[in-house]
Write a protein that binds this ligand. Structure first.
Ligand SMILES: Cc1cc2nc3c(=O)[nH]c(=O)nc-3n(C[C@H](O)[C@H](O)[C@H](O)COP(=O)(O)O)c2cc1C
Length: 230
C-alpha cells in the first residue's frame, strides 16, 4: 500500500502508515489481580460484576462481545454482538435468526463468547450451548427498541448479498411506508438467543505477562475452579 486510495493486497510489502500506532508497542498490565477466592464459587455473580463495572466505567459498548459459531464444515465464524441480558445464568443477545450466525446456531447450538475490556485489563472467555429465548421475551425487547431500529430489522436480510447501498436504502423506505402508522411488529425471523456457559474463564492482566487466569467448569453440583498459567 502506498497511501492515497490504493488497496493493500496480500503479498504487498507492508509500509508503516504515518500516525498509525507502533505495532510493536507493549502494554504492561497492572490494574488489578484475581484469585480463585475472588470468584467465591459463584462465577456467574463474578461475570455480572465485571460486566457492571464495564457499564459503569463509561466506555463505549461495554457489553460488546465476540461471538463464535461453527458452520457446517466446522469452520469458526466470529463477530461482535451486544449482551442485552444476563437472566437465569444465561447471556442473552439479539439478532436475525436467518443471518449467518442465526443459521449456524440453529444447526449447531454451540458457541463461544469473548469479552475484552482494555480499560480494566480484563477478558472473559465462555463456551456453552445456545437456545432461542421465548417469543414473549423477544417481543418485549423488540418493542422497547427505537422505531428506526425496528424498521431496520424488517429492511435488512442480514448477511444476504445486496446489489447496492441504494437498494438497501430503498428497502428501508419501503418498510417505512408499510409501517407508516408507527406500529412495527417483531419480524418472526428476529429474536434472542441465550447462551448457557459450560465454562467461564476470567483473565486479569498482570505485570511481566504473569496474568491471573481462573477457569470455572460447570459440574452437576456447581462449579469447579482452577488457576491456569498465563
Ligand atoms: C459494537 C457492535 C455491536 C453489534 N451488535 C450486534 C448485535 O447485537 N446483534 C447483531 O445481530 N449484530 C450486531 N453487530 C453486527 C455483527 O457484528 C455482524 O456484522 C452481523 O450480526 C452479521 O453477522 P453474521 O453475518 O455473522 O450473522 C454488532 C457489531 C458491532 C461492531
Amino acid at each position: 500500500m502506498s497511501g492515497g486510495n490504493q488497496i493493500y493486497r496480500r503479498g504487498d510489502p507492508l509500509v508503516k502508515i504515518p500516525g498509525l500506532m507502533d505495532l510493536h508497542s507493549r502494554t504492561d498490565y497492572d490494574k488489578g489481580m484475581l484469585s480463585i477466592s475472588d470468584i467465591n464459587n459463584d462465577p456467574w455473580a463474578a461475570l455480572e460484576s465485571w460486566v457492571k463495572e464495564a457499564v459503569n466505567s463509561g466506555i463505549q459498548d461495554p457489553t460488546a462481545f465476540h461471538l463464535t459459531t461453527l458452520d457446517g464444515n466446522g469452520f469458526p465464524h466470529g463477530r461482535i454482538v451486544l449482551l442485552r441480558d444476563t437472566r437465569q445464568g444465561e447471556l442473552v443477545f439479539y439478532t436475525n435468526y436467518l443471518s449467518e450466525k442465526g443459521k449456524d446456531l440453529q444447526a449447531n447450538p454451540k458457541a463461544g463468547a469473548t469479552f475484552f475490556w482494555p480499560h480494566s485489563d480484563r477478558q472473559i472467555r465462555i463456551r456453552g450451548t445456545v437456545t432461542k429465548i421465548p417469543v414473549s421475551e423477544s417481543n418485549a425487547y423488540f418493542n422497547s427498541r427505537p422505531v428506526a431500529s425496528r424498521l431496520g430489522a424488517w429492511a435488512s436480510d442480514q448477511s444476504e448479498v445486496v446489489d447496492s447501498r441504494e437498494m438497501l436504502d430503498a428497502q428501508f423506505r419501503h418498510v417505512e411506508a408499510k409501517f407508516s402508522d408507527g406500529t412495527v411488529p417483531r419480524p418472526e425471523h428476529w429474536g434472542g438467543f441465550a447462551l448457557r456457559p459450560a465454562v467461564i474463564e476470567f483473565w486479569q492482566g498482570r505485570p511481566s505477562r504473569l496474568h491471573d487466569r481462573v477457569k470455572c467448569k460447570r459440574t452437576e453440583q456447581g462449579w469447579d475452579l482452577v488457576r491456569l498459567q498465563p
